[in-house]
Design a binder for this molecule. Structure first.
Ligand SMILES: NC(=O)C1=CN([C@@H]2O[C@H](COP(=O)(O)OP(=O)(O)OC[C@H]3O[C@@H](n4cnc5c(N)ncnc54)[C@H](OP(=O)(O)O)[C@@H]3O)[C@@H](O)[C@H]2O)C=CC1
Ligand SMILES: CC(=O)[C@H](N)C(=O)O
Length: 260
């Protein structure tokens, strides 16, 4: 057993989550892999156990199902070897808002929002008590861009960014590191799964490049890591513009433009 914290990764059966599993295993950290496809996770776990010698548990769970989410949440809450949560499981949703069914939107929110929130909620008190550990939430640049037209998906990812920034503000001073990772288009199965038109795919980053960049941000304890953003100054300017507004919210008087 490793003396480093165990890493629980949701959505570890493919794509970004599987790449995270590979990177943390190569750092010698034990893993808990969570997703629905047990066969794929077992295959990944066998390979990584053989290559790295780490211990890996596989947990089959559909995080949109209350009983499965509760079981994973209980594990996160109670297993004090788990010191890093990678909140990665997520899905996309193709089509325009008026054509998406309410149930499809609700399922998306269950996975991309409710499960992320529940697992953060399950681990945070324990990490605060320990004064260490990390929560990594996988958002998306789409959460910054209503103009991309992926309204429901983008809204879930805007939630992930806000949650991460709020948690960083609350938990950072208590020794817990919180990172939001905002990929843009990355070559994974998400496009196929969400029914995206292959003819309209954006240019895609390779998943290994995305996760290696995210790990650089992780090691630097960066609060928000945006691997495709070439000019970090743009993000800083965006944050600065937002923060300039904040003191002005403390007023009891409506702005002049709203007074007749
Ligand atoms: N690829 C991209 O372009 C981008 C991806 N992202 C985000 O990255 C994250 C990972 O996606 P990515 O690797 O690209 O896509 P993949 O489709 O390859 O991976 C998604 C993972 O989530 C798991 N998953 C899906 N539904 C459920 C469920 N109901 N319960 C439990 N696990 C589930 C899948 O496993 P299984 O089917 O076995 O359950 C799989 O392991 C997502 O949050 C996504 O929004 C963000 C920006 C860009
Ligand atoms: C489905 C998508 O839109 C993509 N994964 C992204 O977040 O860029």
């Amino acid at each position: 057993m490793s003396d480093q914290p165990t890493v629980l990764i949701t959505g570890a059966s493919s794509g970004i989550g599987a790449a995270y599993a590979d990177r943390f295993a190569r750092r010698g950290q034990d893993l808990v892999l969570v997703a629905r496809d047990e066969v794929r996770m077992e295959a990944l776990a066998s390979k990584l156990r053989a290559q790295t010698g780490v211990s890996i548990d596989v947990v089959k769970a559909d995080l949109t199902q209350a009983a499965d989410l509760a079981a994973v949440s209980k594990r996160v809450r109670e297993d004090d070897r788990i010191g890093v949560l990678i909140n990665n499981a997520g899905a996309g949703l193709s089509g325009v808002f008026v054509e998406q069914s309410s149930i499809a939107q609700q399922n998306l929110v269950a996975l991309n929002v409710a499960a992320v929130l529940e697992l953060a909620n399950a681990i945070a008190p324990r990490l605060v008590q320990a004064g260490s550990g990390a929560i990594v939430n996988i958002g998306s640049v789409v959460g910054l861009a209503p103009e991309f037209g992926l309204t429901t998906y983008g809204a879930t990812k805007a939630f992930v960014l806000f949650l991460s920034q709020g948690l960083a503000f609350e938990l950072g001073p208590k020794g817990v590191y919180v990172q939001a990772v905002l990929p843009s288009g990355t070559r994974t199965e998400i496009w196929d799964r969400s029914g995206a038109d292959p003819a309209n795919l954006p240019s895609l980053m390779e998943v290994a490049d995305l996760v290696d960049a995210a790990m650089v941000g992780f090691d630097r304890r960066e609060p928000v890591t945006i691997p495709p953003l070439q000019d970090a100054g743009l993000w800083e300017a965006f944050q600065g513009a937002r923060q300039v507004m904040l003191p002005g919210f403390a007023t009891t008087v409506p702005a002049d433009r709203y007074r007749g």
